[in-house]
Design a protein around this ligand. Sequence first.
Ligand code: SAH
Ligand code: SF4
Length: 342
Amino acid sequence: MLKIIEKAEKTHNLSKEEIIEILKIDDYNKELFEAADRVRKAYVGDEVHLRGLIEFSNICKQNCLYCGLRRENKNIERYRLEPDTIIEFAKKAREIGYRTLVLQSGEDDYYNLERMKYIIREIKKLDVAITLSIGEKTIEEYGEYKDAGADRYLLRIETTDKANYEKLDPGMSFDNRIKCIKQLRELGYEVGTGCLIGLPNQTIESLADDIMFFKEIDADMIGVGPFIPNGDTPLKDEKGGTFELALKVMAITRLLLPDSNIPATTAMETLNKQGRIIALQSGANVAMPNVTEGEYRKKYMLYPGKICINDTPAHCRGCITGKITSIGRHVSDHYGSRRKSK
Ligand code: SAH
Ligand code: SF4
């Protein structure tokens, strides 16, 4: 096992069988996390990039079984922010230091091309990098957002098991998800993807495929988070993922993609109070604090137990900065784009 970890640290390549081996056996987790931490330090350094997350609408036309925003969930109070409110939140986030803003929502058609372009153009004037996380669109729309100033796009594959994906995301097509990710790449976006850990019927083999997929498409950003069952969804009685397994998938991802941007995900912190710090010490180099204001934070409920729902953007920034400096790292003051090592 130590040989496999060493191989990954040196060559950044593993076979599927080797990944499975690491995932199956827990006796060498400490060594795995330390190796991922060394690779992180060697390739992306000690700085941590903070991305301010604006959750601008919890209205979604999709029906993903795991997600609280799914259209059939009647137990959620829906909201959508007007473009000028989103721009206002962005300005405040810029003022407290953010250099990247992530605009995230359900798949909400209220934000047509014209509205999205207006939002992107106005926010771009603030001199920030813009990441979109608004789901599946046409290549034309992706192209127009890019021309308006969007730099990056997050679209998790969720799981590379096509049959399971299509069961969990009824009405959605796995092939289209892949097509979207490829189109975003062709258009010149920095592309982020990722997966959920602990989905029903998900196997270790399938998680190994997920990691191989990140490597194959050379993802610029990879978000790995535990699936946390939501009481208002059909998966309410499922077990969900564990912090430890999510951390392992994340650490192996760091070993294989040494210069990618990898967040310490908020869902990890939901399962473990020190989750983000532990993740930052096991391969991660990014955190995505919430900059949504007021009561909207509570209403953007993908999963229960979401952290910081009563805090302000300024508080969150101060809190995470304190944690980062307490482990001898520092918050970066630039956009934090991926810098390829070769
Ligand atoms: N609608 C967009 C973006 C919002 S959802 C999209 O789907 O791409 C953002 C992410 O939340 C999803 O990619 C999914 O991985 C995650 N998510 C949804 N429900 C979750 C749950 N119950 N536990 C953990 N993460 C969840
Ligand atoms: Fe909608 Fe995204 Fe949730 Fe699926 S994961 S229901 S697309 S918000």
